[in-house]
Ligand binder design. Structure first.
Ligand code: AZF
Ligand code: CA
Length: 453
């Protein structure tokens, strides 16, 4: 299975998950500093205070990327390093880190893909309402412009947001992520303001290539997981349709088509109202973009559940049951369904033909053991191999798929799961910060070398 000539092979990380150095060079506090230091929020009380110490070890880490011959490296920029309070003058030492990072990547012939927001909102903005405050969208656009002014001559691929669904619905809906608020109306308002921030920022990142990165999944009934031809009941089909609208269309329809699905407007009407959606907002959100970044891990399995209340993370999900899939799972408990990726990519390429696609995250957590300086992570390797075969199938089916970025380069801080969940193709021994290329990394290097499987 050989991929197109210019197919991009890379890996992804995020600032709060790998950098550490949370008080260095003028960095301000983020909502994840606050949240991880709040007892009971993160497994083992883990925090991002040190993480992979990437802030100090980035040159060596880029050496590993070079060894793997990555074509691109997707990282995120910590807003609190650039504007410690989320507004006002740029902190030169914070920006200098990313300036050096980018130069080091270019020297290693690796394309820098910068994500502007991967969840580490400056706490000072959260103190003023965070994403429930419309003004935060405007602060985000100013931050994006400041970074682009400095790095836009060398960084040509920009993601505005990473997974706005997660930011809004786990941050303000069920509260399992920072800032840990639990209010469906706040979650829906936050989703809208995140989209507004995306649209305002997107216009200030040209002439770069601009993408919106979303967590997405094919929404399937249990029967459909193993059998794409399975025909759901009318009630189950309605549940699938509604959840697809809440998970994926809530973000891609506004960004690409300038419309909200009716299901989202109905959910908002029932959860705090729609006053926050002002005339002209959808036109602002619908800024031209080049790519949709897809972060895929597993399908979303649902069936009708008459009388069930809405899940706290899913305003509008009344009468829906989130079901298990008949499939093996990763250490996260997520079902392993590789063809879910090709089914998703083909669906999205049909629904949004105006934009290209890129798999901006795909990967798996499994419990790793270091033995004789090696990590024989056969389960992760099998997961990646199976999903790459589906990426290839999606390309053969005509999806305009530009590349694949594995999540993640390094084991890192897996949010509320802390460091016990390892997604890296490179093992990190946190006490010593020693890096070890896992078997999956050695395999991935060969995939890149032959441009295929
Ligand atoms: O849960 C695995 C990954 N999912 N997408 C966002 C990343 O920050 C997570 O580590
Ligand atoms: Ca731990």
């Amino acid at each position: 299975m050989i991929f197109p000539e210019d197919f991009v092979w890379g890996a992804a990380t995020a600032s709060y998950q790998i950098e550490g150095a949370v008080k260095e060079d003028g960095r301000g506090q983020s909502i994840w500093d606050t949240f991880s230091h709040t007892p009971g929020k993160v497994v083992d009380g883990d925090t991002g205070d040190v993480a992979c110490d990437h802030y100090h070890r980035y040159k060596d880490d880029i050496g590993l990327m070079r060894e793997l011959r990555l074509g691109a490296y997707r990282f995120s920029i910590a807003w609190p390093r650039i504007q410690p309070d989320g507004a006002g003058p740029v902190n030169p030492r914070g920006l200098a880190f990313y300036d050096k990072l980018v130069d080091e990547l270019l020297a290693a012939e690796i394309s820098p893909y910068a994500t502007l927001y991967h969840w580490d909102l400056p706490q000072a903005l959260e103190d003023r309402g965070g994403w429930t405050n419309r003004d935060t969208a405007y602060r985000f656009a100013d931050y994006a412009a400041a970074v682009h002014d400095r790095l836009g001559d060398r960084v040509h691929t920009w993601a505005t947001l990473n997974e706005p669904w997660v930011s809004a619905y786990l941050g303000y809906g069920n509260g399992v992520h920072a800032p840990g608020r639990r209010d469906p109306a706040e979650a829906m308002r936050s989703a809208h303001h995140l989209l507004l921030g995306h649209g305002l920022a997107a216009r200030r990142l040209r002439p770069g290539t601009v993408m919106l990165v979303v967590n997405s999944a094919p929404v399937l009934t249990p029967a459909q997981v193993g059998d794409p031809s399975a025909v759901p009941s009318e009630a189950d089909a309605a549940a699938v349709h509604r959840i697809h609208a809440l998970l994926t269309r809530q973000f891609l329809d506004p960004a690409v088509h300038g419309t909200y699905p009716a299901e989202v407007l109905e959910a908002a009407a029932r959860n705090g109202g729609t006053e926050h959606i002002r005339d002209g907002d959808l036109a602002l959100i619908n800024a031209p973009i080049d790519l949709i970044g897809i972060n895929y891990y597993n399908p979303c399995v649902v069936e009708s559940g008459p009388g069930l209340p809405a899940d706290a993370a899913w305003p509008g999900s009344e009468d829906v049951r989130f079901a298990a899939a008949d499939a093996p799972t990763t250490a996260m408990g997520w079902p392993i369904v590789p063809d879910g990726l090709s089914r998703l990519l083909i669906r999205l390429s049909h629904d949004y033909p105006e934009v290209g696609l890129m798999v901006t995250e795909n990967g798996a957590a499994f419990d790793d053991v270091v033995e004789n300086g090696r990590v024989h992570d056969a389960d992760r390797l099998a997961y990646l191999d199976g999903h790459l075969r589906e990426v290839w199938r999606a390309v053969q089916a005509g999806a305009d798929l530009r590349g694949y970025l594995v999540w993640s380069l390094l084991d890192n801080f897996e949010w509320a799961e802390g460091y016990r969940r390892r997604f890296g193709i490179v093992h990190v021994d946190y006490p010593t910060q020693t890096r070890v290329l896992k078997d999956s990394a050695l395999w991935y290097r060969d995939v890149i070398a032959r441009n295929g499987l």
